[in-house]
Design a protein around this ligand. Structure first.
Ligand code: NDX
Length: 256
């Protein structure tokens, strides 16, 4: 059966951190080309309906850790804290894979990005799952540690904001519609990237609760991936809608 190789965890986490920096440098100036930032003039590329694309892309982030967990010899959930943390990760990706895609009204997604997105989800799903199931060691009272409790709280709060904001975005369109409107309500009152803000809070909460290098690397990656995207969404709205709420920020309420 599998065992823990700490140097593998270190190497994969470092590469994730490096990919985060690469993303930051790529996407600070130009947004990643999907959704409202896809260039129409670009040479025509293959696309897949948003539904299939998000399902396929996010599935490995659910499947890989779930399989690792299932393959592990019993007692699978010992000690309680760390295996539960793996379930939190799977829980998010259960939502993202089996619920979010079936309700999305997004535009077709570029195949090329789908390919990289899928690779990323396999990579990250393996790293987080492998670490939590085979490497992580927590004291038996980790569930009452301030890092676990505060992290879990942030995770749940972020997930709530993320799911709620996804829902508000979806309700801006009727089925079949592909136009953009000004998001209203919830945290969109304060920021253009409310869904992204929720997701970032969620993964930093997860990092704090697991207190692990792979999870901090992933939280950092998330920040570098969708942080710039929130900024580009914000600029898009300001450019497109003259009546866009002036006090609204890009990503962090009242600040940025
Ligand atoms: N998927 C994470 N990098 C990404 C896909 C793209 O889960 O090559 C990262 C994720 C991938 C990325 C993923 C990894 C890095 C990649 C990147 C592509 C390039 C990049 C592979 C895997 C890369 C290197 C160089 C390192 C290899 O038509 P539409 O689609 O615009 O409709 C939208 C609609 N909407 C509106 N409707 C009406 N009026 C408006 N004003 C509207 N504004 C938006 O709402 C969509 O249907 C929907 C949401 O749109 P949007 O743009 O707000 O969110 P979106 O970016 O599509 O994300 C959806 C959710 C969201 O909750 C977000 O938090 C989460 O997924 N997410 C997204 C990306 C990454 C991520 C989470 C994470 O890092 N944790």
């Amino acid at each position: 059966s599998m065992q823990c190789f700490p140097s593998l965890v270190l190497a994969l986490s470092s590469l994730l951190g490096a990919l985060a920096l690469l993303q930051l440098s790529l996407y600070l100036r130009v947004p990643s080309r999907y959704g409202k930032h896809e260039e129409r003039l670009c040479r025509p590329r293959g696309r897949l309906p948003a539904r299939c694309a998000w399902f396929l892309q996010e599935l490995p982030s659910f499947l890989v850790p779930a399989l690792l967990l299932a393959l592990r010899s019993p007692p699978r959930l010992e000690p309680l804290g760390c295996r539960l943390l793996c379930c939190l990760f799977c829980w998010h990706y259960f939502y993202r894979t089996f619920i979010y895609p079936f309700f999305t009204r997004g535009r077709p997604f570029p195949l090329q990005l789908l390919f990289f997105g899928t690779l990323f989800c396999i990579y990250n799903g393996f790293l987080q799952g492998y670490y939590l199931i085979y490497c992580a060691e927590y004291p038996n009272d980790w569930c009452t540690d301030i890092r676990f409790t505060s992290g879990l709280l942030l995770f749940l709060l972020g997930m709530g904001i993320n799911i709620h904001s996804d829902l508000l975005l979806r309700q801006l369109r009727k089925p079949g519609e592909v136009t953009y409107k000004i998001p209203q309500g919830g945290l969109f009152t304060y920021v253009s990237g409310a869904n992204y803000f929720g997701e970032i809070v969620e993964w930093f909460g997860f990092a704090i609760a697991t207190w692990s290098l792979p999870a901090f690397a992933f939280a950092f990656f998330t920040l570098c991936c969708i942080g710039p995207r929130a900024y580009h969404h914000h600029r898009y709205y300001l450019k497109t809608f003259t009546d866009y709420p002036k006090s609204r920020k890009a990503l962090i309420p009242f600040i940025f």
